[in-house]
Design a protein around this ligand. Structure first.
Ligand code: PLP
Length: 379
């Protein structure tokens, strides 16, 4: 059966060109970049070339990019690394209730160590409460960490306003941009962002590699100790092929950004338009105007989305639900809870996230399957 993949916020398929670029680093150019001989040394140059491509995509300097094992590690490195390095300046961190668990759990971990964390509310569209942000700031506040765009509902935060607030109070601003990079235009200098997390496998690169942008002059504590790789901030022999793959994925994302956005928006708008025509009671979760181009999180009233997912899987469709079934009871996600969605809608939240490979024909198939399943579930 043909697989139709609509879960690009969970992960993406590696682009062929990315894989081709990675190949030589397994069996030909396998030297350790720290070695004296050229088989290793030339890999150092290849890594710097990849670092340059990552930097280009977000508008920073090459030496401000640190490679990590992915988005989760980048978030940990930014939040913990900054908190530990600056604990003499203050112990207060501000984040939001709808962050990815990589930030939320990191903050909870810091709370156990004496840090204080404010988790900002969001409105019904998932936008953070800026007034609460301003009012939460104290002279102990050292870091604000707010995601660029949400992985469940696609809402894009007012990043420029947040960084202005942070700057005016001399507070460092980190953003988890794992969902935003490669899907919207980002320039960290224009937006005045201090730290930014990104991940390769969300932008058609390999899994297990990511990067953290750290503005020059910001000091982080090293938390993987060992060798002096990544300017002595992260020890361990470099994942050379992964870095090359991420570099290539960034270069393609940069070149194709406009086409990519237009394509995803077309599919998304077509899907939502058709659903609105065909289904009486749906609710679109997340902001309609400030939204990732490929995200369609739609609630079907009184339909159990996890049951629908199983039936979609049988028809070759990969998608995601906004709630998880825990021991028989359906628990809405922390994001759907934070936007105040009633259970009759949150249980029926189906997240479709489009990708480069999807076509309008795929979307027609998806809609037909949803309509059939829905009819069977209601009868
Ligand atoms: C996927 C994701 C992460 C985690 O990235 P990994 O590379 O899988 O560790 C973090 N934040 C957001 C918003 C994500 O979507």
């Amino acid at each position: 059966m043909k697989i139709r993949y609509f879960d690009n916020a969970a992960t993406t398929k590696v682009k062929e060109q990315v894989l081709i670029e990675m190949f030589p680093y397994f069996m030909e150019s396998y030297g350790n970049p720290s070695s004296m001989y050229s088989l290793g040394r030339r890999n150092k140059r290849a890594i710097e070339d990849a670092r340059h491509k990552v930097a280009n995509l977000i508008g920073c300097n090459q030496h401000e990019i640190y490679f990590t094992s992915g988005g989760s590690e980048s978030d940990n490195m930014a939040v913990k690394g900054f908190a530990y390095a600056n604990k003499n300046k203050g112990n207060h961190i501000i984040t939001s209730k709808i962050e990815h668990h990589a930030v939320l759990e990191t903050c909870e971990n810091l709370e156990k160590q004496g840090f204080e964390v404010t988790y900002l509310n969001v409105d019904k569209d998932g936008k953070v409460d800026l007034e609460q942000l301003v009012n939460s700031i104290t002279d102990r506040t050292i870091l604000i960490s707010i995601m660029f765009a949400n992985n469940e509902i696609g809402t894009i935060q007012p990043i420029e306003e947040i960084s202005k607030i942070a700057k005016s109070r001399n507070i460092t601003f980190h953003t988890d941009a794992v969902q935003a990079v490669g899907n919207i235009e980002i320039n960290v200098k224009k937006l005045d962002i201090d730290m930014l997390s990104l991940s390769s496998h969300k932008i058609y690169g390999p899994k297990g590699i990511g990067a953290l942008y750290v503005r020059e002059g910001i000091h982080l504590d090293k938390f993987i100790n060992g060798g002096h790789q990544e300017k002595n901030l992260r020890a361990g022999t470099e994942n050379v092929s992964g870095m090359i793959g991420l570099g290539e994925a960034c270069q393609i994302a940069n070149k194709e950004l406009k086409n990519h956005i237009n394509h995803l928006q077309e599919l998304r708008d077509y899907y939502i338009g058709k659903l609105k025509e065909k289904v009486e009671d749906i609710k679109i979760n997340g902001s309609l105007s400030n939204r990732l181009p490929g995200n369609a999180n739609v609630s079907f009233k009184d339909i159990d989305a996890s049951t629908m997912l199983i039936k979609l899987d049988e028809l070759g469709i990969c998608a995601s639900a906004g709630s998880a079934c825990n021991t028989g009871a359906t628990e809405p996600s922390h994001v759907l809870t934070a936007i105040g969605l009633e259970p009759s809608y949150s249980n029926g939240a189906l997240r479709i996230t489009f990708g480069d490979d999807n076509t309008l024909e795929d979307v027609d198939y998806l809609i037909n399957c949803i309509m059939d399943i829905k009819m069977n579930m209601e009868s």
